[in-house]
Design a protein around this ligand. Structure first.
Ligand code: PMP
Length: 438
């Protein structure tokens, strides 16, 4: 197949022109734009396994993975069959359904949450978790870490990672002072800052929310014992400990990052949020936690939360089928493929003399275009973005589609077979040299 070289993007270009005329920036989520790396985003018309095909007929090995959900690869035949059958039974009823019940049971079985409520996006999950934490504690202040992204919730946009890191906004206009003013932002992995914040604001803190392992400033795992320390600090001050596993859930391990941290160190979050993999590529997400806290939610409790399409039968069928197919072998394969790509990327960048650092959290990893280690958002922000842009485009030209941002994980799947890994291996040395020249 023809690689997606600069020569043949006529169809994507024409589509992007049309998109710009009707949609801000031509995209429905900012990270899809190529503002950080330059050029025209590829319009993808189909995907199967580890590969994407664009409107010009170019094929790419996919390292975006829909920004996390596609653990099994694209268009897994059993997921497609289950979704097709579900759609044929009707796409939404506005009544309780079996797949949403079974997905909730699957989440409760794999994680420490006792009750779970399904929603349609990670943003809704964190927004609802924070409302519940505030309603449960009767307090207003939320503590978060710089570089952790929890969706575009007003109170959580301050110093978020992801697209905000890519575009170097520190927050967003349109967020009222009153919403941002109740948010305390601290440096990640900084115990002293946490201790000081709780000493100052303790009785007003409703919750501390953290990515179980940060993945939106590149992958930055918590220092050993950090999450446990957070959990104990929250408990000592009557605040809730909320871990956001929208990205890491059912991805970093079968039981998320909690499965390789909390389950080992013996701490349990009061509330958790999930998304991405549990929706199998459809809009499905969730928040859950302690039964006594979740009991404060409507209809049993006074904290209101709702959704016309929450627990949608097609979306929950996709998620449920995906989780059922996510066997230990799937996680082993994703981990092994990750080790190979990490080693090859690092070897290529070293050979070309490009400063870089690879970091992991479970099966998740990212490559920083700076020397490591990266422990917080300040460290992550020191990357050579010009080098990344050159690297990204050289990979794209060689048929590998990385995230168009240096602040993201590289997502692999069970479908990244030897052929896909060979395409990546073949692309890396030239891309590393392009980065060195940039
Ligand atoms: N939390 C985390 C940790 C995320 O990575 C994301 C999405 N990248 C979100 C929340 C928001 O999820 P969504 O995009 O589905 O609103």
């Amino acid at each position: 197949t023809d690689a997606g070289g600069a020569g043949g993007q006529a169809a994507s270009r024409a589509l992007f022109e049309r998109a710009l005329a009707v949609t801000p920036g031509g995209v429905n989520s900012p990270v899809r734009a190529f503002n950080g790396v330059g050029g025209t985003p590829r319009f993808i018309t189909s995907a199967a396994g580890a590969r994407l095909t664009d409107a010009d007929g170019h094929e790419y090995v996919d390292l975006i993975g829909s920004w996390g959900p596609m653990l099994l690869g694209h268009a897994h035949p059993e997921v497609v069959a289950a979704v097709t059958a579900a759609a044929a039974r009707g796409t939404s009823y506005g009544t309780p359904t079996v797949p949403e019940l079974e997905l909730a049971e699957e989440i409760v079985a794999r994680t420490p949450v006792e009750r779970v409520r399904l929603v349609s996006s990670g943003t809704e999950a964190t927004m609802s978790a924070i409302r519940l934490a505030r309603g449960f504690t009767g307090r207003d202040v939320v503590v978060k870490f710089a570089g952790c992204y929890h969706g575009h919730v007003d109170a959580l946009l301050a110093s978020a990672g992801s697209g905000l890191a890519t575009f170097a906004h520190s927050g967003s206009p349109g967020v009222p002072e009153s919403a941002a003013g109740e948010t305390v932002v601290l440096p990640y992995n900084d115990r002293d800052a946490v201790t000081a914040a709780f000493a100052e604001h303790g009785p007003r803190i409703a919750c501390l929310i953290t990515e179980a392992a940060a993945g939106n400033m590149g992958v930055v795992p918590p220092d050993p014992g950090f999450n446990r320390f957070l959990s104990e600090t929250c408990a000592a001050h009557g605040a809730l400990f909320v871990t956001d596993e929208v990205m890491t859930g059912f991805r970093a391990s079968a039981r998320g990052y909690w499965g390789i941290d909390g389950a080992v160190e013996g701490w349990t979050p009061d509330l958790m949020t999930f998304g991405k993999v549990m929706g199998g590529g459809f809009p499905a997400a969730a928040f859950g936690g302690r039964a006594d806290i979740m009991a404060r939610l409507s209809p049993d409790g006074p904290v209101y939360q709702a959704g016309t399409l929450s627990g949608n039968p097609v979306a929950t069928t996709a998620g449920l089928t995906t989780l059922r197919l996510a066997t230990p072998e799937v996680y082993e394969h994703v981990a092994k493929a990750g080790e190979i790509v990490k080693q090859e990327a690092s070897a290529a960048l070293s050979a070309a003399g490009v400063p870089h650092h690879v970091q992991s959290a479970g099966t998740m990893f990212s490559v920083f275009f700076r020397e490591g280690p990266v422990r917080d958002f300040d460290d992550a922000s020191g990357q050579d973005l010009t080098a990344y842009a050159a690297f990204f485009h050289a990979m794209l030209d060689a048929g590998v589609h990385l995230p168009p941002s240096a602040y993201e994980a590289w997502f692999l799947s069970a479908a990244h077979d030897d052929a896909a890994l060979e395409t990546i291996a073949a692309a890396l040395p030239g891309a590393a040299r392009a980065a060195a020249r940039a």
